[in-house]
Design a protein around this ligand. Sequence first.
Ligand code: FAD
Length: 536
Amino acid sequence: MAKWQQRRSFWTWGYESDEPSAAQRKAAAKVIGERTGLNLEPPPIPDLNQIDVRNARLKVPAKLADWVSTDPVERLLHTYGGHPLELQRALRGQFDNPPDAVAHPRTDDELEATLAFADQHGHVVIPYGGATSVVWGVSVPAGDRAAITVDMDHFHKVLEIDEVSRAARIQAGVLGPDLEDALRPHGLTLRHFPQSFPWSTVGGWIATRSGGHYATNHTHIDDFVESTRMLTPQGWWESRRLPGSGAGPSPDRLVLGSEGTLGIITESWLRLQARPTFRATAGVVFADWATGGDAVRQIVQAKLWPANLRLLDAVEAQASAGLDGLKALLIIGFESASGPQNEQIRQAVAIARSAGGVIEDDQIVCDDGSGKATGRSGAVGAWRDAFIGVNAGVSSGLGLLADTFETAITWDAWPEFDARVRESVGKVLLEVLGPHTRLSCRFTHVYPDGPAPYYSFSGPVRPGAEDEHWQIIKDAAMEAVVSAGGTVTHHHAVGRMHRPGWKQQRPELFEQALRAVKRTIDPNGILNPGVLFDPD
Ligand SMILES: Cc1cc2nc3c(=O)[nH]c(=O)nc-3n(C[C@H](O)[C@H](O)[C@H](O)COP(=O)(O)OP(=O)(O)OC[C@H]3O[C@@H](n4cnc5c(N)ncnc54)[C@H](O)[C@@H]3O)c2cc1C
């Protein structure tokens, strides 16, 4: 069954088929219990049919009734995105602010009619892709206005493939695996793999400027966008398909990162490439994080453009790749459809070694172009499995507060930036969650002028204190990152969560200009109010 036909889990990432079993949750409870000294039991999973749902604050007109519904379970299923606090609320059966209706338009006409109805009545509209937003991008804003969540699941087709230019016209609701299934027979691929790839959509990627698995070069979805098509309350916004253009400010640039505040993206032409068959992988061990960072800078500045260049600090290297808890691990990966990557990996490894990295020659894995998987054993393979197998549901509701924050910073400010962030956030973690906390970091993406560090934290939390404690930690992290010169987000987007940090880092005039654009396109302010900036 195609992914878009599968029912999403309401309490964990992914589909119902991804939900951890009772035995897996019990095993996680044991591990967390050993770490925290608590006797833990996984909480029961609520029955959505038994939950009292607030009455819908709107009436669906008969002409929309084929695709817009106020069914209580539908509304519960569309209440939350993928942030851990949201998943925990869902697991507690707490659905205080569900959307009032959920639309599943199947055609442009149905989408137009939905938006026109909402605009006429001043109802809030929340564009909804895979709901993997970790920044509260699909949640209903507080207030009296009724909200309609517009689920783009029926926009699930790849409409055209241009094999000559290597591009495809893709509908916004296409999920990652369905997209790759459609491209595979043509020998083509988008090769944009955010960690949420199995559950997130093309429209969501464009709306949030997602970051894929490429650690260098084509890091964001931006790099693949040829053109976009978006419905706004004032009509269609459609850009011309071009390989490049210097004609003034780009209309696509306003769509990218608009996070559902300017319109509903319905399709996009995206650049494709041949599927890689040659790969080369190496895991280089460093005595410490700082030396590893130096090696990464030298490799990326040599412009070798590895597909993977992930540096894990000692905590992450131990947890996800089985190292000793003292050393850092640098995972280097090259891939190509056209030729062996032996020389590229040899050069990158040579740089890493001269910076202090250690790897035996026989640990460098180069394949023969047959397309067979490589680098799936040892520390690199262990890291890959942990990355792909990530699922919050296993530990949700077990008294552990865990989250991540990610940023980017120029090399001149690194590693002082890292020291400052770790000191500020580490201090707050200790105060709020106590001594059994973890704070770790890896580079997800790297640029010639700076890394994109991705921090993870976790620690035991008193039941009922999750939201309050999370906010204290998040405020400290946001303040540390932005005041030290970084960005409030490198790829997780702004949503409702990162508004204060983004406000601090952007020019005031830019905000005014953006608000003016929104007033022109969405004069009644119906589209995702509260995302990016406070509503007017
Ligand atoms: C486990 C996990 C791992 C993640 N890893 C990554 C990662 O590696 N890289 C990364 O960049 N992000 C990551 N994320 C965050 C998230 O997956 C991305 O932001 C993703 O792009 C969201 O896509 P979606 O289809 O789920 O969008 P949704 O969550 O449904 O929506 C996200 C935002 O986009 C808007 N939107 C969605 N569809 C449309 C549309 N058609 N038109 C207009 N606006 C729309 C929504 O209103 C909302 O503001 C991760 C999230 C999780 C839970």
